[in-house]
Write a protein that binds this ligand. Structure first.
Ligand SMILES: NC(=O)C1=CN([C@@H]2O[C@H](COP(=O)(O)OP(=O)(O)OC[C@H]3O[C@@H](n4cnc5c(N)ncnc54)[C@H](OP(=O)(O)O)[C@@H]3O)[C@@H](O)[C@H]2O)C=CC1
Ligand SMILES: N[C@@H](CC=O)C(=O)O
Ligand code: NA
Length: 373
């Protein structure tokens, strides 16, 4: 028998974010079932990577203390996303799909899941920064859009766990007028430029810092998706759409890429990383150019709402500027609005890494659970 307050969870992707999410889920699950006044029982019924898949027998929970061993031992390959949606829609109670991948095909299937009443929480940017039509289909189906399907939340798709999306939504929904959004939106780019060109001089080679950013879990699964500016472009597309700009896609405005043209043909991220060092000299020139003006280089982006303009790329900053002084993987995001006047509302903190990203996903799961109560 299933408890009426049982909620079923399907976790797709168990990499840097997925694995940390699972440990946060374990913590959350054990807290919620002990709530004397209104317990909720979370049951993980699906775990999947791109190659391995486990699902529970008869919707009974998978053991979260041995998931890694059990998934590694599985000989089952993942089903198609439409078969997965079918399986989840037959669960005896509400279901939350947690997409911890950066997979585009899964992102494109969100309307299908939502229409079947399946809720989604995710740090995956692909669905919300793909075609505008996909965005409309998602929020046309979702219960927190104009539809009657499942709920969808994606806080960690911008600024990882930082409350960027929830803050922007609240500004808009309470009637503030957002004029401009600007700042540093990439944990990887922040880390790279803060360590390659710190204020005060020094810093190691650009390619060595890129490898470090990957090891620290800041980059996208393929770091070229960060260095080509698309990761930031995707985040700005999401924010622009939330303020009502119908941005067609993350490739429909100017985006500066840091991929050397000679490496555009690399067949894999690994080949790219192996060869990147050949171009450290070019990055050193960039650094010297900025230093000759007494400035530092940083990778930034902005949405100018009135002019309907989004842009992404390198800019030089005076060392006293808050953007120049960032540390580690910190993002800084400034909202210029009618209410806040000349002093923008600023959100700052780690913008990448498994722990802070999974926190945003787990917090989104809590939002869904409150709505399902
Ligand atoms: N890392 C960070 O700091 C942040 C990440 N994000 C977002 O979080 C998501 C996950 O990032 P991260 O954990 O770092 O990435 P990882 O590369 O570490 O993990 C990705 C996971 O997704 C799985 N996966 C990929 N394709 C599929 C598929 N078709 N079906 C099932 N599983 C699949 C991978 O499985 P396999 O190993 O078999 O390929 C792997 O388990 C991305 O969308 C990223 O943009 C957002 C904010 C910050
Ligand atoms: N690769 C991204 C991860 C978070 O969105 C970044 O570096 O910001
Ligand atoms: Na966020």
């Amino acid at each position: 028998m299933f408890h009426p307050k049982q909620v079923f969870i399907a976790v797709i992707g168990t990499g840097g974010v997925g694995r940390t999410f699972l440990s946060q889920l374990h913590f959350l699950g054990s807290k919620l079932c002990q709530d004397a006044s209104s317990p909720i029982y979370l049951s993980t019924i699906v775990l999947s990577t791109s190659k391995k898949f486990i699902s529970s027998t008869d919707y009974h929970p998978i053991h979260l203390d041995s998931w890694e061993k059990d998934l590694a031992a599985s000989t089952t390959t993942p089903p198609s996303f439409s078969d997965l949606a079918e399986y989840l829609s037959k669960a005896p109670n509400k279901v939350v799909l947690v997409d911890n991948t950066s997979n585009e095909t899964l992102a494109e299937a969100y309307p299908l899941f939502l229409k079947k009443g399946i809720n989604i929480v995710t740090p995956n940017k692909k669905a919300f920064s793909g075609s505008y039509e996909l965005w409309q289909n998602i929020f046309g189906a979702a219960a927190n859009g104009s539809g009657i399907g499942g709920y969808v939340f994606h806080e960690s798709s911008v600024g990882a766990g930082l409350p960027v999306i929830s803050t922007l939504k609240e500004l808009v929904e309470t009637g503030d007028e957002v004029y401009r959004i600007e700042g540093v939106f990439s944990g990887t780019m922040s880390f790279l430029f803060n360590s390659f060109m710190p204020v005060g001089g020094g810093g190691s080679s650009f390619s060595a810092e890129v490898k470090k950013a990957k090891e620290l879990g800041y980059t996208e699964p393929d770091p070229r998706d960060d260095l080509n500016g698309q990761d930031v472009a995707r985040k700005l597309t999401i924010l622009a759409r939330l303020v009502g700009l119908p941005v067609e896609s993350s490739t429909s405005f100017p985006v500066q890429s840091l991929i050397p043209s000679e490496l555009e043909g690399c067949k894999s991220g690994d080949e790219f990383l192996q060869r990147l060092g050949e171009f450290d000299g070019k990055m050193e020139e960039l650094k010297k150019g900025a230093a000759s003006e007494g400035k530092v280089v940083r990778f930034v982006g902005s949405v100018d709402v009135a002019k309907n303009k989004v842009k992404v790329g390198l800019e030089n900053f005076d060392p006293s500027h808050p953007i120049a002084a960032l540390k580690g993987s910190d993002n800084i995001i400034s909202f210029y609005t009618k209410r806040y006047g000349d002093n923008p509302l600023i959100i700052q903190g780690a913008g990448a890494g498994g722990e802070v990203t999974a926190m945003g996903v787990t917090a989104d799961l809590i939002k869904v659970l409150r709505l399902l109560r």
